[in-house]
Design a protein around this ligand. Structure first.
Ligand code: PLP
Length: 370
């Protein structure tokens, strides 16, 4: 029988990021808190990635797929929707590559307000689109890409009817800082390196703000080098110019003109980090590697920093940030941003190859190949 001492408690899981970190967030006693218990996601140590980096370095994965709508967007959305409700807004609107719309729809439902999402037609992973419908959002598909959708939303948001809950809303960025706080709280200090995917560049900006604020508050002694990875076909920051028709299988980072370009550039520069690119093949290989080697299934965009970590370990590939120089025992965190079930299409060809065999042990053993 379990005694109370034997029961493992994760005290922060399910509380929500505003309850846990309110002194760092733009809320007051009069802000109605709209929360689904986001945050408190596990920081999972990866022995196999640590072995690949070598020299006593530790790699940890911040598994953001375990948020209420299965991506990190929920951290920012709890703050953005709470502030929108405090301001008397009756509807939120966003452009989305998928996860922002899923999150906005859920938090709007929770708040009892309306939600409109503007999406590039045919470009949204099916799990994410399904979420927007399930939570009751008004979904509009446009014949254009994400950057077109965001341009429209910016104009509509200038009217009084809507609050924009894209990451151009500073409340979103404020909420997303809490992931950096959690990492410092779990590790006891900030890591040396932080790797993450780069799309609209809000998240890298949020992490950097979070690491700095937490250090200024005396909760850590340092801040990490921020290393962002764009998909090779959607790499405006890496190339230093807008990409008109971004293309990548990693739909969450299929963005040609990042809204937080300047703050992200500053984060990379001030942290002595880097921006690099990974190809779609590298992304898919890293996604499969992570699922089969560590039991962590993430969507393609989330595998970009894992593909990036492999690249950083191979000086011959001229990575923008080479791990050949990092000190022994460095601590590395990779954020894996969204759950693999959101994007079943990328796995579907393999699933479709499944054919039935005769219902007996011999046929099953033959099929297993043992
Ligand atoms: C939004 C998103 C990103 C990109 O984050 P930015 O803040 O736009 O750079 C990466 N991965 C997933 C799963 C996302 O939903």
């Amino acid at each position: 029988m379990n005694t109370s001492q034997e029961i493992q408690v994760t005290p922060h899981r399910g509380r929500g990021v505003i309850a846990r970190y309110r002194e760092f967030l733009p809320v007051s006693d009069s802000t109605p808190i709209v929360s689904l218990g986001e945050g408190g996601t596990p920081l999972i140590s990866s022995p196999r990635l640590s072995a690949i980096v070598g020299r006593g370095c530790e790699v940890h994965l911040k598994y953001e797929g375990l948020n209420p709508t299965c991506s990190f967007k929920d951290r920012g959305m709890t703050v953005a929707v709470s502030k929108a409700v405090e301001g008397g807004t009756l509807a939120v609107i966003c452009a989305s590559t998928g996860n922002t719309s899923a999150s906005a729809a859920a938090y709007a439902a929770r708040a009892g307000i309306r939600c409109a999402v503007v999406l590039p037609a045919g470009k949204i992973a099916s799990g994410k689109l399904l979420q927007a419908f399930a939570y009751g959002a008004k979904v509009v598909a446009i014949e254009g890409n994400f950057d077109d959708a965001l341009r429209i939303v910016r104009r509509l948001g200038a009217r009084d009817d809507f609050a924009i809950v894209n990451s151009i809303n500073p409340d979103r960025i404020a909420g997303q800082k809490t992931a950096a706080f959690e990492i410092v709280d779990d590790l006891g200090d900030a890591p040396d390196l932080h790797l993450l995917p780069l799309g609209n560049a809000g998240n890298i900006s949020a992490y950097w703000a979070g690491y700095r604020e937490y250090r200024d508050a005396g909760n850590s002694t340092r801040s990490p080098a921020m290393i962002g990875f764009e998909a090779a076909g959607a790499a405006p920051m890496f190339h230093g110019r807008v990409v008109e028709n971004p293309e990548t299988i990693a739909s969450a980072i299929r963005i040609g003109n990042p809204a937080s370009w300047e703050t992200a550039d500053r984060a990379v520069r001030d942290s002595h980090g880097a921006i690099d690119i990974v190809t779609d093949d590298e992304i898919l290989a890293a996604q499969q590697w992570l699922a089969t080697q560590e039991g962590i299934f993430v969507e393609p965009a989330s595998a970009a920093p894992i593909a990036g970590l492999f690249k950083c370990c191979e000086p011959a590939r001229s990575p923008a940030y080479s791990f050949a120089q990092i000190p022994e025992g460095s601590r590395i965190v990779c954020t894996v941003t969204g759950h693999g079930l959101k994007d079943p299409e990328v796995m579907m060809d393999r699933v479709m190859k499944l054919t039935a065999v005769a219902p007996n042990e011999e046929a099953v053993l033959r099929a297993i190949g043992f």
